[in-house]
Design a protein around this ligand. Structure first.
Ligand SMILES: Cc1cc2nc3c(=O)[nH]c(=O)nc-3n(C[C@H](O)[C@H](O)[C@H](O)COP(=O)(O)O)c2cc1C
Length: 314
């Protein structure tokens, strides 16, 4: 039988951005792509999201920066990165050759800084769009993170939107009281898509020394432990917004990814799973393909948001 006819269609659209499949590599867990190029064919991925980038280089937090937790991990890297200039000079030549869309994850400490980054990156060849990490302290608001209030989310996203018509996906923090209001603020301000969730703030303690395990005291929890929270938030946001949603949090298997898609995510991101299995994304793409085939679903699109909330008791 012709192999091509035998394959299900995994292509999805995030608004103006077309992906050959819905599986993306999450920011901060996949370096700048190059680190994984000898391990998996990067062109097979739906997209790559690069490590968080700021205008100026950043050293990050003091060590230790990682701690293992039940069903997950805590990290407090502190957004260490090479800064915009070195990124453009040293990382872009490789990324330009990658045969899947590359999204650059950016952050800043003022709305102006975000807009400046967006404006400059929008002009760079080889970048398909931006993921905006708003889980960062707003220097103009006493260090409260942008992501925590609808008003500051609206302010920073509309400033970026005014600076560029480039594809922007706003990455939401789960450390908020009402995720739906935050997602609505991002949509109203002009986001093309939202991605959620980022890590949940946590703490790990060494009882022998009575000291925190992480140099930064607190860190971000990721991995399977956070999947039910991510799923709940994606499902809630899917009831409220009209822009595409990208689901993140604890995805290790194809089934995890499918849960997010059924909850309402058009695409997903694989993060910490890469530290256990660098080929995790590829394995998940194959697993989604097999699920569709086994269930005789020719096309992934109708699965998005197909959660049945009424039990069939017959
Ligand atoms: C070591 C590490 C570094 C991360 N760095 C970033 C980053 O630079 N920017 C960002 O938006 N998210 C960052 N994240 C968050 C992930 O992209 C993702 O949202 C989170 O880990 C939840 O997904 P997971 O459970 O699949 O890991 C980082 C996560 C980890 C574990």
């Amino acid at each position: 039988m012709d192999k091509k006819i035998d394959r299900q269609n995994l292509a999805v659209d995030l608004g103006p951005l077309n992906l050959k499949n819905p599986v993306m590599a999450a920011s901060g867990t996949f370096g700048y792509g190059e680190e994984y190029s000898g391990i998996i064919p990067l062109g097979s991925l739906g997209a790559i999201i690069t490590k968080g980038l700021s205008l100026q280089p950043r050293k990050g937090n003091p060590p230790p920066r990682l701690a293992e937790t039940p069903a997950g991990m805590l990290n407090a890297i502190g957004l260490e990165n090479v800064g915009l200039e070195i990124f453009l000079r040293e990382k872009m030549p490789f990324l330009r050759r990658v045969r899947c869309p590359v999204l650059v994850n950016i952050f800043g400490s003022t709305a102006k800084e975000y807009a400046e980054m967006a404006r400059r990156l929008a002009e760079v060849e080889g970048i398909a769009g931006l993921e905006i990490n708003i889980s960062c302290p707003n220097l103009k608001k006493g260090g409260v993170i942008f992501a925590s209030e609808p008003k500051s989310v609206h302010q920073v996203v509309s400033k970026i939107r005014r600076a560029t018509s480039f594809f922007i996906m706003v990455k939401l923090s789960p450390n908020v009281a009402d995720i739906v209001q935050i997602a609505l603020a991002a949509e109203e301000a002009g986001a093309d898509a939202v991605s959620l969730i980022n890590t949940l703030t946590g703490l790990a303690i060494d009882v022998r020394t009575r000291m925190p395990i992480l140099g930064n005291i607190t860190g971000g929890l990721s991995g399977p432990a956070i999947k039910p929270i991510g799923l709940r938030m994606v499902w809630q946001v899917a009831q409220a917004v009209h822009i595409p949603i990208v689901g993140i949090g604890g995805i290790v298997t194809a089934e995890d990814a499918l849960e997010y898609i059924i909850a309402g995510a058009t695409a997903v991101q694989v993060g910490s799973a890469h530290f256990i299995d660098p080929r995790a994304s590829l394995r998940i793409i194959d697993g989604i393909q097999s699920y569709l085939k086994a269930n005789e679903i020719p096309n992934i699109a109708p699965l998005v948001g197909s959660l049945k909330t009424k039990r069939d008791l017959s």
